[in-house]
Design a protein around this ligand. Structure first.
Ligand SMILES: Cc1ncc(C[n+]2csc(CCOP(=O)(O)OP(=O)(O)O)c2C)c(N)n1
Ligand SMILES: [Mg+2]
Length: 576
């Protein structure tokens, strides 16, 4: 491929610009949707998008803020397993992506992000809208690039999609100086081949380690599986179910692992961790063999590490070797893709286990200490409303959330029976994630019911994306759990800061119904059970988008809870 240095004098042999080449490469990668926002440094790319869009070769969704575009791309990636592709301009456009990039990194979501950059000859001169996005994102991307020659573009794009979506998925950023996008490509580029000797994720488990785990299972009296998002990334739910059922193993899921194993299965103990079930946490505390499949022993899951799984031998299956032994000493490390490991485990000849005593202990906890809440007569209880949404959708809707109390209630009370129905910001805990993520999920799954369950606080961080719902005519349903507060902060202040509600109450709020209506979205407000039940069927069934503001009591707390610094065996607020 030859490159003409001076773009202003195209020769007759010019076939396309660097930007056209970029868009072509995206189409070759199978990209159907771009999530983005234009600006000076990406004008050539938007010109190329215009041409490709006219031919119907690619679609672009215009957001109202770059943060919205990247959370939507995360929602798209979570539902499809394919990289979400984001475009933003240099400087403020690029820095507006930083929260989403960090979110995708910690929750292992595949993204390929293109940022515009000032032309190479002014990089480092504090040029207009210049920001060192490669430097800024070095610790929050799986990999990043700045393109130095248009000839490198085919290779870089190919590598970026490969790195983002293989092994432990994550975000990859490509910084595109404007002169590269404008460069004239004078002959057809050769297709790039992958050559990444330093990046070879281990997918197949070591057979000796699998055998060691099988032997440990055969000898276990109190085994438990901890299923994390790695099971979902590896599309290994069926293999997990076969494994658990073959040996009658109890299954705890992490917050991000919800749906990797059916929440209504008798073998399911529900979610573990800070707001997990008492049964799940006591099983993690008392087990003698902990089989972690694709979870990263996050502190919200483990509680105090000093008392975490202290009686157990720990096996950890993870495609990212850096996760194994990071927080919890691990006796059986297995570096592998969760599906590959489960396929091998399912071939092992493990004698049938006698777990009757273990199950008796677990089932007694299940019976005596289920998730609970005070179900007041008429008051619209947030936990109850989530149970009603579950009933009305047969547990089949895609649920996205913001971060806070409503997120924990959704995790607790919308029993996830199927994989890829749950889109939440786990590791970073990003308020404002839920609504734009729902947009991405709906674009990924146009025929699914998508419900964004958001907080009154979080929704106000990204509600500008109502404009996208309006323009794209997306049938998203938005449920605002309005407690007039930054509820989770209020709860911690109540419990741990002497009920001094410092800056956590939201006494003034917009009229959410009018706000929705101003975007031609149906809006309704309810504040009691009867009105909620009367409105719900039509709300869910209506063809277009709709927003329901649910006024719930401010003082409601999320229970049970492992207080900060406490162990999983020290839960407060379990059912009396
Ligand atoms: C971007 C961001 N800022 C601050 C926080 C800290 N934080 C965690 S939960 C929460 C309150 C969320 O309020 P709301 O969205 O109304 O949800 P609720 O807890 O009331 O259900 C805050 C401020 C955060 N997680 N993310
Ligand atoms: Mg709130």
């Amino acid at each position: 491929m030859k490159v003409e240095a001076k773009p202003s004098f195209p020769t007759t042999t010019v076939v396309k610009t660097g930007a056209d080449l970029l868009v072509e490469l995206l189409i070759q990668e199978g990209v159907e949707k771009l999530f983005g926002y234009p600006g000076g440094a990406v004008l050539p790319i938007y010109d190329a998008i215009y041409r490709a869009k006219e031919k119907g070769a690619i679609d672009h969704v215009l957001f109202r803020h770059e943060q919205g575009s990247i959370h939507a791309a995360e929602g798209y990636a979570r539902i499809t397993g394919k990289p979400g592709v984001v475009i933003a301009t240099s400087g403020p456009g690029a820095t507006n992506l930083v929260t989403g990039i960090t979110d995708a990194m910690i929750d292992s979501l595949p993204l390929v992000i293109f940022t515009g950059q000032v032309a190479r000859n002014v990089i480092g001169s504090d040029a207009f809208q210049e920001a060192d996005i490669v430097g800024i994102t070095a610790p929050i991307t799986k990999h990043n690039y700045q393109v130095q020659s248009v000839q490198d573009l085919p290779r870089i794009v190919k590598e970026a999609f490969h790195i983002a979506s293989t092994g432990r998925p994550g975000p990859v950023l490509i910084d595109m100086p404007k002169d590269i996008s404008q460069a004239m490509v004078t002959s057809e580029p050769k297709a790039a081949s992958l050559n990444l000797p330093g990046y070879q994720p281990t997918l197949k488990p070591n057979p000796l380690q699998i055998k060691k785990l099988a032997d440990s299972i055969a000898n276990a009296k109190k085994p438990v599986i901890l299923a994390g998002a790695g099971v979902l990334h590896a599309k290994a739910s069926a293999e997990l179910a076969t494994f658990a059922r073959a040996h009658k193993l109890p299954v705890v899921t992490t917050l991000l692992g919800l749906g990797s194993f059916p929440g209504n299965d008798p073998l399911s103990l529900g979610m573990g961790g800070m707001h997990g079930t008492y049964t799940a946490n006591m099983a993690l505390y008392n087990c003698d063999l902990l089989i972690n499949i694709g979870a990263r022993f996050d502190d919200r899951l483990t509680g105090d590490l000093e008392s975490f799984a202290v009686k157990a031998k720990v096996a950890h299956i993870d495609v990212d070797p850096a996760e194994i032994g990071k927080n919890v000493a691990t006796q059986i490390p297995i570096v592998a893709d969760a599906k590959e490991a489960l396929i091998e485990l399912n071939k092992q000849n493990i004698p049938s286990l006698d777990l009757d005593n273990w199950w008796a202990e677990i089932n007694q906890n299940k019976e005596q200490y289920p998730l609970w809440y005070k179900n007041h007569q008429d008051t619209l209880c947030p936990q109850w409303l989530i149970e009603e949404v579950h009933k009305a959708t047969n547990g089949d809707a895609i649920i996205t959330t913001d971060v806070g109390q409503h997120q924990m209630w959704a995790a607790q009370f919308y029993s996830f029976e199927k994989p890829n129905r749950w889109v939440t910001s786990g590791g970073l805990g990003t308020m404002g994630f839920g609504f734009p993520a729902a947009i991405g999920a709906q674009l990924a799954a146009p025929d699914n019911q998508v419900i964004a369950i958001v907080g009154d606080g979080g929704f106000q961080m990204t509600l500008q994306e109502l404009g996208v719902v309006q323009s794209e005519k997306l049938p998203i349903k938005i449920i605002i759990v309005n407690n007039g507060a930054l509820g989770m902060v209020r709860q911690w202040q109540e419990k741990f800061h002497g009920a001094r509600y410092s800056e956590s109450l939201l006494p003034t709020q917009p009229d959410f119904v009018k706000l929705a209506e101003s975007y031609q979205i149906r809006g309704i407000q309810v504040d009691n059970k009867a009105d909620f039940l009367a409105a719900l069927p039509e709300f869910l069934a209506c063809e277009g988008p709709a927003l329901m503001e649910c006024r719930v009591p401010q003082q409601e707390n999320v229970y049970p809870m492992v207080a900060p610094g406490k162990g999983l065996n020290e839960m407060m607020g379990v059912k009396p």
